[in-house]
Design a protein around this ligand. Structure first.
Ligand code: ADP
Ligand code: MG
Length: 324
């Protein structure tokens, strides 16, 4: 079974940033509103995610590390309308099969905290009491220590950390209400304070995408409850590096959405380089399949044409107001 985990890990765990993604998504799924991400040596040495979420029951710790154990899919109906970010029950099993993983947790209702340790393909998961506040900490050490071929593909500490930082920026814009801290080798690199009533959202966008967003970006809001688009875009002519899109709060790099954005710009100003933008598409979750791709960057809209054209039409007025 552990071998199967290692094979599955090939899909889930490509590099340190993919570990961070899975673990932070678990924290978000657990209802955490405070997440601390500590990285050492680009994640080669240590990836540690601490949250103040629901925690994991003492008796579920071992289960959480086994394959296809998920607490998130209860009925077939859920598949239609997945609200949680993870549901395959593969991440922890996969990650632990290629690292030394410690899972420490305490649900608020439980007296003591417990800790499970798993190392590589070794079947035995050790469980023992530990000290831990309400919530969960996952510590991943020595990623790929037992898969030399994979370890060889790890890039420099700097490059791997850059991937992590980029990911954390994307996540920060998917949940404005969650406090997120990212450290590297003991230094705070990113600190996002929660923006609870939405009034500081643009501050967080500026933290991610650059200060110019505060003064130059155009805010956009279109559509209705069934299908809407909101967010910010920089003026035309400033070629952008921050081109983030979200569908129902999940970060995406979806072809259809990017095509629609490009088309809107082309129709208003002709062929140009795209500026930076941060855009959120919201629609009825039954109108979209979010788990088409294992890395979950693509979606399938049931009414693709409608969504595409809506985005084009919603963006055009914002773009032309900038041009004029
Ligand atoms: P999935 O997220 O697809 O369910 P994972 O392997 O990522 O699968 O996690 C397995 C299970 O472990 C989850 O379903 C959840 O019950 C539990 N879990 C993992 N991380 C956390 C966390 N940070 N807080 C609470 N529960 C967690
Ligand atoms: Mg998960």
């Amino acid at each position: 079974a552990r071998l199967a985990n290692q094979i599955a890990a090939g899909e889930v765990v490509e590099r340190p940033a993919s570990v961070v993604k899975e673990l932070v998504e678990n924290s978000l799924d657990s209802g955490a509103n405070r997440i601390q991400i500590d990285i050492e040596r680009g994640g080669h040495k240590l990836i540690r995610i601490r949250d103040n979420g629901s925690g994991i029951d003492q008796h579920e710790l071992v289960l959480a590390l086994s394959r296809h154990a998920t607490s998130k899919l209860k009925t077939l109906d859920d598949l239609e309308c997945i609200a949680s970010l993870g549901f395959r029950g593969e991440a922890l099993a996969s990650i632990s099969s290629v690292s030394r993983l410690t899972l420490s947790s305490k649900p608020a209702a439980q007296e003591t905290a417990w800790q499970a340790f798993a190392e590589g393909r070794d079947m035995a998961v050790q469980v023992q009491p530990t000290a831990h506040p309400d919530g969960t900490t996952v510590e991943v050490k020595d990623l790929f220590f037992n898969t030399p071929a994979r370890r060889k593909f790890l890039r420099t500490e700097k490059t791997e950390f850059a991937h992590i930082e980029e990911l954390v920026k994307r996540i920060a814009l998917s949940r404005f209400d969650v406090a997120i801290t990212l450290t590297h080798n003991g230094k705070v690199v990113r600190q996002f304070r929660p923006s609870l009533d939405g009034s500081n959202d643009v501050q967080r966008v500026a933290q991610v995408a650059g200060k110019a967003f505060l003064t130059e970006a155009c805010h956009l809001q279109a559509g209705n409850e069934g299908l809407s688009l909101h967010g910010w875009l920089m003026p035309v002519g400033t070629s952008g590096t921050t081109q983030y899109t979200y569908v129902n709060g999940r970060m995406m790099r979806d072809k259809l959405i990017l095509h629609a954005i490009r088309q809107a710009f082309e129709e208003v100003v002709g062929s140009i380089e795209l500026p930076s933008f941060v855009l959120f598409v919201e629609l009825d979750p039954r109108q979209v399949d979010v788990n088409v791709h294992p890395a979950k960057h693509e979606v399938r809209f049931h009414q693709a044409r409608l969504v595409h054209d809506f985005i084009v039409q919603a963006l055009k007025p914002a773009i032309s107001s900038e041009v004029s």
